[in-house]
Write a protein that binds this ligand. Structure first.
Ligand SMILES: Cc1ncc(COP(=O)(O)O)c(C=O)c1O
Length: 467
């Protein structure tokens, strides 16, 4: 058995042979960009592909390779790449001007769509990203409650600003990550995912908690899933204790349902953060909330109630091109079965990927709900069967210690066979994917697993495991 070292990896050699231009560009990138990249989660060993163009569910790199794309613009492209109506809307706006530094009709139209679709969005404020939306939501929650602390769940991701930059992949003890002040970290209470009892205890014992904030389908798009029962319990507890409930629907908004997770599960938060799909693949985000909460931004309300208002600026808030793309996208989602279609395709893909794992005898699992699929590479070596794996039992502990070197190879193998997953963590399915894409992906998955087996010692499903 080969030791799998990079030097003799056939997978690595095949990747390099297919991507010479990307390798050269990656060398240049390192001269100007730390690690040669612009987003931590796009880090790819030994270097990333360099995208060139895309259409529908496919994209092409600068070396001329074609991929079925499950990265989906980091989740912003539910309708796939280059949807003609979305592109036409952006082009129409481009022809009129990029930034008019004036109020714009499109921002009213865009906000109206959000108001109509997202149950909690009585009023809307636009931001330039999801990170900005969660930052503003936290500020509004503090202003509206007069309380300081935010209760978050370990591993739930809310962007990269200081108040949410720890307790996701690292610093799960709530200590500040490098560059973040301990005074800032001290204003966060971190509890384990789905630990409703801990939330109840903290809310009862500490009257300084302004809001409970979470990804409503669980951390990182459901990597550790949550449940409607948990959402209902959090709704009841926050209301009872005078704290606000913030749903971070940056990923789930307009994806798991046209009205987001809150419409799907019938649980209405006080504040909702949106980005990605809301701006149709362009940069943009939004906070939707009850009127009395967003009134903290309102000049007249502040004057009449003789209180200081919450400040909020942003050069690119409701950028006209983002507004145009957002309106076109939301209209299609409202009037079509795009969400349901993407979810159904993802369910089919998950089932197929698990069947391949089972046939190949590998005790890993593909799981997830809606239009997501996640890879559980079973780092603790538990006795699982791919086709009957129950992700609701997953804990942070069960996900820890994954073999990133080997998974890095698996990612390369999938690229070599024409599939771009979201790193080695899984992927996102769009409404533009097809049954042919799924068949192609299953074939690539089997080939990739076999390539990996040829140079790595993979675990085997034990005869009676979980049967
Ligand atoms: C749930 C969630 N919240 C917030 C963010 C941050 O959004 P952005 O990358 O637009 O800043 C992300 C980004 O992936 C996200 O997944």
């Amino acid at each position: 058995m080969a030791d799998g070292s990079a030097a003799e990896s056939k997978i690595l050699a095949a990747y390099r042979a297919r991507t010479p231009r990307a390798e050269a560009l990656a060398r240049q990138a390192r001269e100007v960009l730390p690690s040669g990249i612009v987003h931590d989660s796009r880090r790819t060993w030994p270097y990333s592909i360099y995208g060139d163009h895309a259409a529908g569910s496919h994209k092409w790199d600068v070396d001329g390779n074609e991929y079925v794309d499950y990265y989906g613009g980091h989740g912003s492209l539910l309708l796939g790449h280059q949807h003609p109506q979305v592109i036409a809307a952006i082009q129409a706006q481009l022809g009129k001007g990029m930034h008019l530094a004036a109020a714009n009709e499109l921002e009213i139209e865009w906000a109206r769509r959000i108001q109509a679709m997202i149950p909690s969005a009585e009023r809307v404020r636009f931001t330039a990203s999801g990170t900005e939306a969660t930052q503003l939501a936290i500020r509004l929650a503090r202003a509206a409650t007069g309380r300081a602390r935010i209760l978050r769940f370990k591993s739930h991701f809310h962007g990269w600003h200081d108040q949410v930059a720890f307790g996701v992949n690292d610093h799960l003890d709530g200590s500040p990550s490098v560059g973040v002040l301990s005074e800032v970290a001290a204003q966060t209470a971190l509890v384990s995912p789905n630990d409703v009892a801990a939330v109840e205890r903290l809310l009862s014992e500490h009257k300084d908690i302004a809001a409970v904030m979470l990804e409503p389908i669980g951390s990182s798009s459901g990597t550790i899933p949550t449940s409607p029962e948990v959402l209902n319990a959090l709704r009841e507890l926050t209301s009872r204790h005078g704290a606000l409930l913030i749903f971070d629907e940056v990923v789930t908004g307009f994806r798991v349902h046209p009205g987001g997770a809150q419409a799907l599960f019938g649980v209405t938060p006080d504040i909702t953060t949106l980005a990605k799909i809301v701006a149709g693949g362009m940069p943009g985000g939004a906070v939707g909330a009850r009127k009395d909460i967003l009134d903290w931004l309102d000049f007249d309300v502040a004057a009449s109630s003789k209180r200081e208002r919450v400040n909020h600026q942003g050069t690119h808030n409701a950028h006209p091109c983002s507004a145009a793309a957002g309106i076109a996208t939301l209209d299609i989602i409202r009037d079509s079965d795009a969400c349901a279609r993407a979810s159904a395709l993802a369910a089919k893909l998950r089932a197929g990927l698990n069947e391949v794992l089972e046939e190949e005898g590998i005790p890993w699992a593909i799981y997830g709900e809606h239009s997501f699929f996640h890879l559980h590479s079973n780092p603790l070596g538990e006795a699982i069967r791919p086709t009957s794996f129950d992700a609701r039992k997953l804990t942070i502990e069960a996900l820890k210690g994954k073999d990133e070197r080997m998974l890095g190879k698996l990612r390369l193998a999938m690229l070599v066979h024409g599939v771009d997953m979201k790193g080695f963590r899984g992927g996102i399915v769009s409404a533009a994917h097809t049954d042919a894409d799924i068949a192609f992906t299953l074939d690539a998955w089997r080939k990739s697993l076999r390539d990996l087996k040829a140079e790595e010692t993979l675990p085997k499903i034990a005869a009676a495991a979980g049967a």
